[in-house]
Design a protein. Sequence first.
Length: 247
Amino acid sequence: MVDVRYFKWKGKWNVKFLPEQPNGFAVYLLSGQNGTVEESSCIWENHPEKRQFLDYLLASGYTVFTSELDPKQWGNEAASTYCEQLVQHLLKTEILNKHIHLLAEGTGAITALKLVSRGRTAIRSMLFFNPCIYLEAYYEFECQNKLYYKKLKHELSQAYGVKPERINRQWVRQISNPPLHIVWPPLLLIHQVNERRYPLPNHSRKLEGDLLRLKQSVQLKLFSSTRRFDAISEPTVQFFQKHERIL
């Protein structure tokens, strides 16, 4: 029977799912949505397709955990530090391999890349689904809509402690460019071809090209927009298992 434990740590709600037959590896889910984890519920249990995906990971033996990570933090210092510290906390309280898998969706990929850049978390592999990689591209996208553009500038201002008038394309580029100067963990990108908010050419396709030029380990799989989220279950586990041969 799966053991589900909700707990509040450093002022935020978190949940860990302990499988009936653990394989010793952990997966940290980084979502880009509001209300990811609350006091006794989370999106990974409540959303039918995400629940199917979670059940597949657990049946495969993975210990899974996720956090109340506010997407309005946009991968800032506080968000990155919290994620790092939570990983260390769980490694001390559960019997797990210290090299973890990351699975991020949407803007959760920005935080995932900040963890890679900081280099304090041992990451075995990463899978990004419909990721927001280049915040600059998203900034330009939102510039076309005055209401959302104003909201985005306000969120970035609050997250990074700068005045809204300082926020422009150059500033956004400086805080969010992927850390291409370092060696990355193996990465699988899964992107729906008709994704509108984070279009394929501006994010996953561009990152794939940048990493391939640097001879980094990256794969890109394209999905139809009609496919369910849990359709990534089998490719995810296959990818994770491929990078578990070296403990």
